[in-house]
Write a protein that binds this ligand. Sequence first.
Ligand code: CTP
Length: 398
Amino acid sequence: MLNAKKILLGITGSIAAYKSILLLRFLVKEGAEVKVIMTPAARDFVSPLTLSTLSGHPVAIDLFHENEWSNHVLLGRWADLILVAPLSCNTLAKMAIGACDNLLMAVYLSATCPVIVAPAMDEEMWKHPSTQQNLQKIISYGNKLIPVERGDLASGLVGEGRMSEPESILNYIKKEILANSKLAGKKALVTAGPTHEAIDPVRFLGNNSSGKMGVSIARQLQREGAEVTLVLGPTEFPLPLNGMKVIRIDSAEEMYRACTQIFPDVDIAVMAAAVADYMPEVMASEKLKKNDENLTLVFKRTPDILKSLGKSKRPGQVLVGFALETQDEKKNALEKLQNKNADLMVLNSLRDEGAGFRYDTNKVTIFDSKGNENSLPLKDKSEIAKDIVDSIIEYIHG
Ligand code: CTP
């Protein structure tokens, strides 16, 4: 449900911080990737070790650590959502005036994603006019509020001010994410990785594709709410892909069979795999033995998966292809866009430094069948994946 969503959980100095441990577990169990930022005061209430163990990421607390500056801008940009739970009276006041004296505040102030807060305090603090004014202020900035509940308070009194229960916060987040998911209700097919075309039982024809680009796109489609099926070639690229259906294949023919079966049922198909164009005409049933002669193998064409999906594409389906070129890049990409009846074509040029199979970065230009062209600078593949998925969304809704 929260598949692959990137959530920054901000924990501030309040006794309700103990509930954040359970909340963190719930978020992770629902498939979200969660990083925790604590304010220095929160450290007195819960242990960073517990939170780092449950989230699988180090807990960030300080703006400066052992003479190193924490890049709050990157953390803020990483997140799809910031959830501050519990939100103390003090941090609320800082959010209202834009004070920046700790890492959480720096990330909050520089983030561009939605921010949701779940306050926790005693009833009198909660009802104090300054608290209520601060709340109105932060809501007017666009932050969302998960209302406090009535019940036992840390002071021993009973009243308003308890942080909402972790289950309620989780439900709120799910609804909020669904409402903001631009591809909710859509189904997507993504291919990734290389294919291996068997020569004999121990040898194959393959390529260096890691699958990283395709897997990043699949994750990003999931983050935008799509239900994703990934057809993945033989690669060591680390899974897990929470909530994603993964079909492992080896050869182009297997990929073709999987894709033609799934395609009629999806709204979006992204062919990011580096599919072999040729396969041995016959696969030797026994291991080929060497002799003193040269070896000649005859190769035949593999099915062109993208082209075949393009032929059967129905109105409303969006088909995305990749073009890996070394010369006449734009001309070749536009020809592929047209010949394969694709809607978008993502061009990689091997002439660009840092682009292609062996890198974590890529540099692409995205063309679409409406005549748009978007040249992106060299970026990490996960950021490129976001740009590609944004282009798909733009193509669908634009
Ligand atoms: N592709 C495919 N099936 C194949 C070969 C490629 O679906 N048998 C898809 C790739 O996943 C990619 C696109 O086609 O999205 C472009 O692949 P590429 O190899 O660059 O283009 P080709 O059409 O094979 O042309 P050429 O090799 O001549 O550049």
